[in-house]
Each structure stands twice: as C-alpha cells, then as structure tokens.
Design a protein around this ligand. Structure first.
Ligand SMILES: *Cc1c(COP(=O)(O)O)cnc(C)c1O
Length: 436
C-alpha cells in the first residue's frame, strides 16, 4: 500500500505539480482534443503524444534530402550513413545497456522473428518455449509460427504459464518453478517485460537467471517497458530484447523498434541470422562482395538502410528522455500512479465497481493501472471519454490508464478522479465527497 500522504483535493494536486521538477516537459507535447477540450490523456501506453519538436527534427531531414539528395548519405554534419549511432546513447540508458548492445531498426514484430532466428535453436530434446499466458497477439502469432516453421507442435512446445486460481498476475517463484520443471527441455523463455493487459512488471533479472540455470536463453518483449521503467538489461544478463518506440517512447505511430543483444554475442559471426547489407561490416559494405561479415554487436542484426524520417521523429523524443532522465521519470511515475491508485480506492472503495488488477507493489508495475469494471461496463468508459478522458478499453471489461510521468500532471489525475466519482455515483450508495 502506498505510504505517501495523498489527499483527494485540488489543492493537494496543485501543490504536487508546483513541486514537480519535470513539470515543464508537459509543454513540449501536443495534446489531442476531445469535444473541443484538451484531453486528459492516459493512453501513452498505446500511442505516446507527439513532441512539439518532432516537426523540427523531421523538417531538418526533409531539407537535407531536398538540398543534398543522394549526397545526403555521406555529406554534411547530418550525413545519414551513420545515423543509427545517434539514438544509441539514450537507448542504452533507457534499457540499461552498452551502446554496442542496442540499435534502432525495423518494427517490433519483425525484430522478434529475426531474433528467434539467432536465439531459438531447438534440438530434439531441448525445444520448449515458456511464455506468460495471454501474451500480446503479435507475440503469440510469432511463437506459434516459429514453432511450426521448425516442424514443432505449439500445443507441445509452447509452455504458457497462468496465474494461480483467483489471481490475475504471476508470482515470480511460480515462473521460476515452471522453468526448473521444464529443465533440459526448455530452450527459451520469451516473455514481456511489462504485461500489456495487467501492467505487471516481471522480475526480468530473476527470470533470466532461472532460465540460464537450466541452460535456456531469455528474451523479452519490452513494448510496454521501454521508457516506462528503468532496466539493466546488460547487468541482468538478458540474452536479447526488442521494443517499440511509439508507446512510452513517443516516436509516432508505427515508428521504429529497437533490439538489444547482450555483449556476450557481440562477436559471434557463427550465430545464425538472416542478414542484409546494413548488418555487414561497415568498412567493407560498399565493396559489394560475396560473403557476409556481421558488424560487431547489435548492429550486426541490421538488414536494411536506416529509415531516416522515422529516426528523426524518434530522436525528438529520445532527446527529451535524455534531458529528463529515467531515474527522475521513475520517481515521479511511482508517485503519480500511486496517486491514481489512491483516488480510485477512495472513490470506488469496497463498492466492488472497480478492481485494480495491476500489482500494488510499485516495483512490480510501471505507470499503467489496469482496472476490471464490474458494473456499468463500457458505458462508464464512454462517459469518461465524453468528459475528455482518453484511456483504453480491452474486452471483456478491462480499462487501462497510464499516467505517463513525462506529460501528465497530478491535477490531471485529480480531474479524472472527479469525473470517475460522478460516473460511479449511481453504483455507490455513499461515495466520498470531493474536498477542496
Ligand atoms: C504494442 C505491442 C506490439 C506491437 O508490435 P508492432 O510490431 O510494433 O506492431 C507487440 N508486442 C507487444 C507486447 C506490444 O505491446
């Protein structure tokens, strides 16, 4: 339970905003409007807001293209040839990696498949993959078709781990026990870092260690973790990971993904991979000769020309993360999400209307709270939307709200609470009354 002395009052929220060292970042984003008014945006877990500077970053590349055309690859300070290097310092900080271990490329689902080529090497005895039940559909389809590609039957080779009866999230000790149980049969653990539906932040370090202890590799889909929680992928010895940039990383719809490949594999040209010219030794690339020689580190998994316009928008956001820092963001995030949790508990109380299924322990979640709504269904969510609340609805009855610390105020969370209170009045006999 949150210890902070929160209050359900406008003055408390205003005081918190006034003391927020990150408050000025809000002004660096475009906010959408709902019914003509600025939205209360709690959907950064699905699509992050547009940094106002994104336009400037994009225009710079358009101008470079207009002025230099093909020479733009090699000429000038903004030469595109080495553009992949620009995002590395900030990505490395966000993921807890060395710069050589990360590179921005492709889209998430594409990268998952590419990484499987290198890291999923089933044998007749070691071929199973462990994943949390209810994984994001793209991950499920990826795993299903990878297994079939290797001639395996997903109903045998895929081990899906479920929460205990009556629980919504997984216990780390149960994940570890399942890994130990699979033992020599387990080839890989492939889980999300933060579960998209429940908001649970898995113990990546312990899961990775358990996988390694039985001789399996550990890879993570960090779509909901990147830019949301600080991580230490290098120290945790994670084998590989991938993420997307359009959720918490605010880089625009469908924008570039990134991969992490642990340093242990930096010089492993023997690892099988599907290659393209952009992963080939940089010095030799334009010799256009036969024989693939991978670049060192994550760069050796690149296939194609960097997508310059995509990377420009990505960089606009990464520069804000660099300025804010993950430590400060996390600190605010824990407080802000704690405030949302507190207000929901104050308002819904023991009425049974709303049930938070995201873990209560801040170490086991990012900024997202997932709520089961037991009365009123989608009509309640739609009523919130008409008041300007942008969250997201997942069938059959889950509402996800993500007060992202980069651009959400305490007073936005407070305002949501007043809307929530009004909408629940008809279900609750004696609701708390709003003070201040
Ligand atoms: C958002 C999300 C994706 C989306 O994949 P794309 O390839 O970017 O479309 C995949 N997996 C998870 C867990 C996600 O949350």
């Amino acid at each position: 339970m949150n210890q902070f002395p929160y209050e359900y009052s406008a003055s408390f929220a205003e005081k918190m905003d006034a003391n927020d060292p990150l408050a000025h970042f809000r002004g660096k984003f475009h906010f959408p409007k709902v019914n003509g008014n600025e939205a209360l945006y709690f959907c950064g877990n699905s699509l992050g807001l547009q940094p106002i500077a994104a336009e400037v970053y994009l225009k710079r590349e358009l101008t470079h293209w207009a002025d230099k055309a093909v020479d733009g690859h090699f000429h000038g300070e903004e030469a595109w040839y080495g553009i992949r290097k620009k995002s590395k310092p900030t990505l490395a900080q966000i993921l807890g990696a060395n710069e050589g271990e990360v590179v921005a490329m492709n889209n998430l689902s594409v990268n998952l498949h590419l990484l499987m080529v290198s890291f999923y090497r089933p044998t007749s005895s070691r071929y199973k993959i462990l994943v949390e039940a209810g994984a994001f559909p793209s991950d499920q389809y990826m795993l299903e078709t990878q297994l079939k590609f290797h001639g395996l039957n997903p109903s045998d080779a895929l081990v899906e781990i479920h929460p205990r009866k009556g629980e919504y999230t997984l216990r780390t000790e149960d994940i570890e026990a399942e890994i130990q149980k699979q033992g020599d049969a387990l080839a890989m653990v492939n889980m999300s870092g933060i579960q998209y539906y429940t908001g649970q932040f898995f113990d990546i370090q312990r899961i990775t260690q358990a996988a390694h202890e039985v001789g399996a590799v550990a890879g993570f889909d960090l779509a909901h973790a990147a830019g949301n929680v600080p991580m230490k992928l290098h120290d945790w010895k994670v084998d590989f990971a991938t993420w997307c940039s359009y959720k918490y990383l605010n880089s625009g719809p469908g924008n570039v993904s990134g991969i992490f490949v642990h340093e242990t594999y930096a010089n492993r040209p023997d690892l099988p991979r599907f290659a393209g010219w952009w992963g080939h030794s940089e010095a030799e690339r334009f010799k256009m000769e036969k024989g693939f020689v991978p670049m060192e580190g994550a760069d050796g998994w690149q296939l194609a020309n960097s997508n310059v316009l995509a990377l420009a928008a990505h960089q606009a956001s990464l520069d804000l993360f660099q300025e804010a820092g993950m430590t400060a963001l996390r600190e605010k995030s824990i407080r802000l999400t704690g405030y949302l949790e507190y207000l929901i508990q104050q308002i819904s109380g023991n009425s049974g209307v709303l049930e938070i299924i995201t873990p209560k322990n801040p170490d086991e979640r990012g900024c997202q709270l997932s709520l089961l709504i037991h009365k009123g269904g989608k009509a309640v969510f739609d009523e919130w939307y008409s008041q300007g609340v942008v969250g997201d609805w997942r069938n059959p009855n889950v509402i996800r709200l993500a007060p992202t610390p980069l651009y959400t105020r305490y007073s936005d969370v407070y305002r949501f609470a007043t809307i929530l209170e009004k909408s629940l009045r008809k279900f609750i006999d004696s609701p708390t009354t709003i003070q201040g």
